[in-house]
Design a protein around this ligand. Sequence first.
Ligand SMILES: O=P(O)(O)OC[C@H]1O[C@H](OP(=O)(O)OP(=O)(O)O)[C@H](O)[C@@H]1O
Length: 216
Amino acid sequence: MVVKEYVTYNQVHKLCQEAAPRILEDFQPQLMIAIGGGGYVPARILRSFLKQPGSPNIPIQAIGLSLYEQLPSTHPSSSSTPGEVEQPGTKVTRTQWLDLTSLGEMENLVGKRILIVDEVDDTRTTLEYAVKELEKDVEIARKKLGYEGEPTKFSIFVLHNKNKEKKGRLPEDMLDENRYLAARTVEDVWICYPWEAADIDEHDEMARKQPTAGNI
Ligand SMILES: O=P(O)(O)OC[C@H]1O[C@H](OP(=O)(O)OP(=O)(O)O)[C@H](O)[C@@H]1O
């Protein structure tokens, strides 16, 4: 049986708050790239905690990557119901990407410290894809611009990292330089995030009742 852990909005907020000082100190991000949909809410919360007096907000760019797509059902009894555990997909689909044709937009990435934000690092397939593809595109932009200054540095923030064998790999230098931060490392449980809830009161109630009380 799959163990479900319910996480509340309050908890997501606190995980971002708790991680912010370390992100500021270690990564000093100039830009965030949120991996949608799960990375959007954490990125927005984090932005407020990363805001420094006298400096503007850190911009958030969005990319959409999807791994756990539910195939359209052919059988009525197997149709998707809210809260149903989805089956992991095997391939990453881009649903949204940076505008590579806009040199201005790409110029904003070249030579910057960029924080990639997602809610969960499960098999790591999505993060591997995101880092590889972003590095590739930034390198193309760097060449186009003839930029030879500071290298672009990607770091990662996730709310939860699942302690399991990973299918995806992150660059060695990223791990060596500790440019990866998970607010929590958890067992291989199914995490129910509040934005997926059909009934948020019921969701919060489930979180309250579980032994971890939404504190994973
Ligand atoms: O580590 P992995 O095994 O790659 O899984 C993690 C990814 O899976 C989920 O995305 P999903 O495809 O469900 O899309 P969503 O964020 O829009 O729900 C989640 O938001 C991560 O991006």
